[in-house]
Write a protein that binds this ligand. Structure first.
Ligand code: NI
Length: 256
C-alpha cells in the first residue's frame, strides 16, 4: 500500500478527469490520499471531494502561508470555526508555514498565522503539515519556541540539507519526500542517504512537482510510485519495503 500524504487533487486542474485520476491512483496501489487545505477559495472543493470519496480521502484544515493577505483574520476565523465545529472531519492542521519565495513583505503576518495554528494543533492534539520555502530558519525558530510533547508533524516537500535534517529529527518531525527527489541535481538524493526510513513519508504535492519522467506535467497521486522507486533505489531496498515503512509512518503520524 501507498499513502499520498500531501495532494491537492481538489484543485481545478483535475476538473475534467477527476474520476479517471482517482481510478489510476487505485490501480497504482494508493489506498489513501491526504488533502492539505489552502484557503477559503478551495475549502468547498476539498470538502466536496472528501464527501465523494470518503474511504480514499482524508482532509486537513489550515491557512496556507501564500494565502496570508490583508484578510488573514477572516481566513483564520474560518479555520478555527471548522476546528471548533467539525473537528472529527480533520486529521491534521495544514498546510501552514512560512513562504519567503513569493512574498517576503508579509513575514510578520505569516509568522503570526503559523504560530496561531500551531497552538490550535497543540490544544487539539492534531499533527501539522508545514510548508517551508526559503524559510527554514524562521520555521525552526517558531517550532523551537512552541515545542511541546503534543506538537508533531511533517515538513512537507522537504528539500533541506544536512543541518535541517538534524533539526527536524531533534524536533521529532517527519520529512515529506516527493517528486523533487527524482530531479537530476536536486541534491535531495544525497541528503536522503542521511535520513532514516522511519523519518520519512511520501507525497506528490499534486498538481505540482511531478516526478521524472513526468517532470513539468500535471502531477497526480498515481505518480507517487516513481517517488517510491527512487527512494528504494537510493536506499538499496525494495519498493515494497519503502511503501510499507512510509505508509506505517504516515498512519502513525496522522492516526489513520
Ligand atoms: Ni501543498
Amino acid at each position: 500500500m501507498l499513502i499520498d500524504t500531501h495532494t491537492h487533487i481538489y484543485a481545478k486542474e483535475f476538473e475534467k478527469d477527476r474520476a479517471a485520476m482517482m481510478q489510476r491512483a487505485t490501480e497504482a496501489g494508493i489506498d489513501l490520499m491526504l488533502l492539505p487545505a489552502i484557503d477559503k477559495s478551495t475549502f468547498g472543493a476539498m470538502q466536496e471531494l472528501a464527501k465523494n470519496y470518503p474511504n480514499q480521502v482524508k482532509m486537513m484544515i489550515g491557512l496556507h502561508p501564500c494565502s496570508v493577505k490583508d484578510n488573514v483574520q477572516e481566513e483564520l476565523a474560518l479555520v478555527e470555526a471548522e476546528l471548533n465545529n467539525k473537528r472529527e472531519k480533520y486529521i491534521a492542521i495544514g498546510e501552514i508555514g512560512i513562504d519567503l519565495f513569493w512574498d517576503k513583505t508579509t513575514l510578520d503576518q505569516q509568522t503570526e498565522a503559523f504560530r496561531t495554528q500551531l497552538r490550535w494543533a497543540k490544544v487539539l492534539k492534531l499533527p501539522v503539515a508545514i510548508h517551508v520555502r526559503n524559510s527554514f530558519d524562521e520555521i525552526f525558530a517558531v517550532l523551537e519556541a512552541e515545542k511541546t510533547e503534543n506538537l508533531n508533524g511533517v515538513l512537507h516537500c522537504f528539500t533541506g540539507g544536512k543541518r535541517h535534517v538534524l533539526k527536524a529529527r531533534e524536533l521529532g518531525f517527519y520529512m515529506g519526500i516527493g517528486g523533487v527527489v527524482t530531479f537530476p541535481g536536486s541534491g535531495i538524493d544525497h541528503v536522503l542517504k542521511r535520513i532514516n526510513l522511519d523519518e520519512i513519508i511520501l507525497e506528490t504535492d499534486a498538481p505540482y512537482l511531478a516526478p521524472v519522467p513526468y517532470k513539468g506535467e500535471r502531477n497526480e497521486p498515481a505518480f507517487i510510485t516513481k517517488v517510491a522507486e527512487k527512494v528504494a533505489e537510493i536506499k538499496g531496498i525494495s519498493v515494497t519495503e519503502v511503501a510499507d515503512i512510509t505508509s506505517a509512518n504516515a498512519k502513525k503520524l496522522f492516526k489513520l
